[in-house]
Write a new protein. Structure first.
Length: 149
C-alpha cells in the first residue's frame, strides 16, 4: 500500500497553515497545533525537521514563533514529501534496475517507473499557494444554509 506517514501529513498541515497567513508573520506553534489538530508529541519533531530542511524559520522566545522560509509558490508537495519520506519509488527494481533478474526487458519495471513519474509530477505541480487557493475556493463554495424560521 502506498501511503504517507502521519508525520508527513502533519508537516503538510503546518506548511499549509503558514501559507494561509501574510508573508513574514510569526505564528506560535501552539496556534498551529490547535488549528490543525496536531498532537504536541509530533509537532516539535516536525518543526525541527521543517527548519532543518529550510521550509520554515523558527524564532524562540516570548514573541517567537515560526514562519515560512520562502513563499508558498516556491514550496510544493513533492519537496515536503521527500523531505519526510525520502525519494519516491514504488519498487526496488525501479531504482536498482541492475539488480533485477529481468533487467530492461521487464514490462512491469516500465509501468512502475511511469507511475512513479506521474506521482512525482502531480506532487511537484501542487504548490502551497495552489493549495491555499483551493482551500479558499472550497470554503467559499460551502455556504451555510440560512434558517427559514
Amino acid at each position: 500500500m502506498l501511503r504517507i506517514n502521519r508525520q508527513t501529513d502533519y508537516a503538510v498541515r503546518v506548511v499549509l497553515s503558514l501559507s494561509k497567513r501574510p508573508a513574514g508573520l510569526r505564528v506560535p506553534t501552539s496556534e498551529i497545533q490547535a488549528e490543525m489538530l496536531i498532537p504536541a508529541a509530533f509537532l516539535q519533531r516536525i518543526v525541527a525537521t521543517l527548519a532543518n530542511e529550510n521550509f520554515i524559520v523558527t524564532q524562540p522566545g516570548r514573541d517567537g514563533g515560526i514562519t515560512l522560509a520562502r513563499p508558498p509558490e516556491a514550496i510544493n508537495l513533492l519537496q515536503l514529501v521527500e523531505a519526510f519520506e525520502g525519494p519516491i519509488w514504488l519498487s526496488d527494481c525501479v531504482e536498482h534496475l541492475q539488480s533485477c533478474v529481468f533487467g530492461q526487458t521487464c514490462p512491469v519495471n516500465r509501468r512502475w517507473a511511469r507511475l512513479r513519474d506521474v506521482i512525482r509530477a502531480e506532487l511537484e505541480s501542487a504548490t502551497f499557494a495552489d493549495l491555499v487557493n483551493e482551500a479558499n475556493t472550497i470554503q467559499h463554495s460551502i455556504l451555510p444554509i440560512a434558517s427559514t424560521r
